[in-house]
Design a protein. Structure first.
Length: 167
């Protein structure tokens, strides 16, 4: 009898099943983001042993990805950047549930000629590159040639200028 009343309640009021589905989707993405956060912190520990790497902390990133079929925006978040002689690493700063949308953890190879770096405002700059220059665990999911535009906003203009000199 109790089972029948619950079934009737869910047929009349679909609010609870919808909430549980959205909660499940959110928890799946939070789990993936937590795994990426842990993986990024492992990469960060390994890069800190390299004396050639220069780190920038609390850099705000906003990613726009474009392909022939889609145009996607990310949710801005604060990350850490590690800049080496030939590469830029996007690493997690603090845990963020939306870390999956911001190319974290990943790196961009600066040896390719397809990377454009230019100042945008006083404390920010724009990186433009395609998926061929990107090195990330999720790269195999990109079947099309996707162009990424990353807006990086530093804490001050001196950090931005130092980044431009290194990159």
């Amino acid at each position: 009898m109790i089972f029948n009343l619950n079934l009737i309640y869910f047929q009349i009021n679909p609010f609870l099943p919808i909430v549980f589905c959205w909660l499940g989707i959110f928890l799946i993405f939070a789990g993936i983001s937590f795994w990426l956060f842990k993986k990024g912190n492992r990469i960060k520990r390994n890069l800190k042993t390299n004396p050639e790497m220069k780190f920038f902390q609390n850099v705000e990133i906003h990613v726009v990805s474009k392909s022939k079929l889609s145009y996607n925006f990310s949710i801005p978040c604060k990350i850490d950047l590690a800049v080496g002689r030939d590469e830029i690493h996007f690493l997690p700063g603090k845990f963020n549930v939306f870390i999956l949308t911001n190319l974290i953890p990943s790196s961009v190879n600066l040896k390719t000629n397809e990377i454009e770096i230019y100042p945008e405002f006083s404390k920010s700059l724009k990186l433009k590159f395609n998926s061929n220059a990107l090195e990330a665990f999720f790269k195999k999911f990109y079947f099309l040639r996707i162009v990424f535009e990353c807006s990086l906003t530093f804490q001050n203009s001196e950090q931005r200028d130092e980044f431009l000199i290194l990159a």
